[in-house]
Every structure is written in structure tokens, then in C-alpha cells.
Design a protein around this ligand. Structure first.
Ligand code: MN
Length: 259
């Protein structure tokens, strides 16, 4: 057990730092908006049940409600039609061991600053691999865009023709799946680009990731604090029976010397 003793010591002395990749659940945090003919994603809501008062003199608590895909959240394979028959594809069925794993970060922040429809392509991934080595099987791959620093309407970035935000091309997602990744995460409201409906297939990250039993993370924050390689991600969704996803607290363990 010396590995875990060493880890505990590293956490205590700061050699390993815990970085929170999570936005605060807040009624004002944007949720994805679909065309009006479709059902919509509910924002986070919280109502006070009691607050050390006549409704409960010694305690305070809230009732909360939200969509499974509200705030910083996890996408399970059954979220998409391509993954509907993936065995163990609901959040409550995912083995605990799959919820902790290595993470690599592809920095697309410069491209996304220039182009709000910036595409993560196979060429970008291969250039990253030329510098950092092949993406290891079992890794989370996070697309850093610094989109999490946007506020208000700038986050969804809605236009007359829909939202505009960066994301991967179909070919890029297929390449990541071929690397045997664990999942793919973004700072935007979805794993797909804002204009992802116009790819073939539409929403290729959802389509190919979940078809292959891979997971998604979105609305991540603080990706600029992670090293390209060498961090560990802890991302356990709530254990919702038959759930297609869940808000969650996403934590990254990073070696201090890389910050
Ligand atoms: Mn989702």
C-alpha cells in the first residue's frame, strides 16, 4: 500500500495538487438550448425547505432540481441513440474503476480565440502527439479552449443560425476513439461544436464517442491549470438509475512542479 501512502503524503505536502474543474451549480449558469420543436434542458433550481426556523428549527436544507445535463456534467453512452444498446451504458452501471483515470489536455485556446468555430482536427491531434507522445489508451482527452472564461450570452454565443463554439470534427473523434480513449471533455456546453448539427453525422462527438461506449464531460473549467500529460482525473457521476448523465464535481490531481 506504499503507493497510496506516498500519494497521501504528496497531497499533504503539496507535491500533488487537487484542481477543481467544476463550475458552481447556479440558476444563472447557461444550459444548452435546442431548436424550439425539441424538449429543453432545465436549469439548476434550488428552493429552501427550512433555515433554522419554524420549518426546521435546528437545520437548513434545500430541494434541488435540474436536467441530467445541467452545469459541469458527465455524458453516459446511453445519452445518444448510437449508444442506446451499449452494455452498462447508464451512469449507475458504469464500473467505479472507469471513473478515475489519466488525462491529457490538447491546448486549442489560441485557435479558439481567433475562431469561435475552431475545429479540433486529426492534424491538431497528430501535432500534439508529435510533441507529447501517442495518446495513451484509457485516457480522458480534454480540449482546452478557455471558453470557460466567457460569461453570460458569450458562453452559448447564440446567433440567428444557432450557437457558435469550438469542437471536434468527425474525423478527429474517430481518431480519438481509435486511440482507445476513456472519454472526451470540453469547456463548452457540449462535447460537440456549437454548429455540430451540420457535420455528417450530426453531433459527431456524441455519435462516435457513445457508439464506442466512451464518456463525455462538458462545461469544464480551469483546464489552463492542467499539464498536457501526467495528471489524473476523478469524474464520478451521480448513481442515477438508468441515468444518461449527471452533474458532478470533476477533480484533477496534478504534480505541483507543472503549475
Ligand atoms: Mn450532456
Amino acid at each position: 500500500m506504499s503507493i497510496l501512502n506516498d500519494m497521501a503524503a504528496a497531497l499533504a505536502n503539496g507535491a500533488v495538487e487537487v484542481v477543481d474543474l467544476t463550475h458552481t451549480l447556479d440558476p444563472d449558469f447557461p444550459v444548452i438550448v435546442l431548436p424550439p420543436e425539441f424538449g429543453q434542458c432545465a436549469r439548476f433550481r434550488m428552493e429552501e425547505v427550512s433555515a433554522y426556523d419554524h420549518r426546521g428549527p435546528a437545520w437548513k436544507w434545500h430541494n434541488i432540481s435540474m436536467n441530467e445535463h445541467t452545469g459541469t456534467h458527465f455524458d453516459a453512452p446511453i445519452h445518444w441513440v448510437s449508444g442506446r444498446d451499449v452494455p452498462g451504458g447508464a451512469v449507475d452501471e458504469i464500473p467505479a474503476g472507469a471513473l478515475v483515470g489519466p488525462v491529457v489536455v490538447i491546448d486549442c485556446s489560441h485557435g479558439a480565440a481567433r475562431d469561435e468555430d475552431y475545429e479540433l482536427t486529426p492534424e491538431v491531434i497528430e501535432a500534439w502527439e508529435a510533441e507529447h507522445g501517442r495518446i495513451p489508451a484509457g485516457s480522458w482527452v480534454l480540449m482546452r479552449t478557455d471558453w470557460s472564461k466567457r460569461r453570460g450570452a458569450e458562453y452559448l454565443n447564440m446567433r440567428e443560425d444557432g450557437p457558435h463554439s469550438p469542437g471536434p470534427t468527425p474525423e478527429a473523434v474517430k481518431l480519438l476513439v481509435s486511440r482507445g480513449i476513456r472519454g472526451f471533455g470540453t469547456e463548452t456546453v457540449g462535447t460537440d461544436a456549437g454548429q455540430g448539427a451540420h457535420y455528417d453525422p450530426p453531433f459527431p462527438a456524441h455519435f462516435f464517442l457513445h457508439d464506442a461506449g466512451k464518456y463525455g464531460l462538458q462545461c469544464l473549467a480551469n483546464l489552463d491549470r492542467l499539464p498536457p500529460t501526467g495528471a489524473l482525473l476523478i469524474a464520478p457521476p451521480l448513481k442515477i438509475k438508468g441515468g444518461t448523465g449527471s452533474p458532478l464535481r470533476v477533480l484533477a490531481l496534478i504534480p505541483k512542479e507543472t503549475t
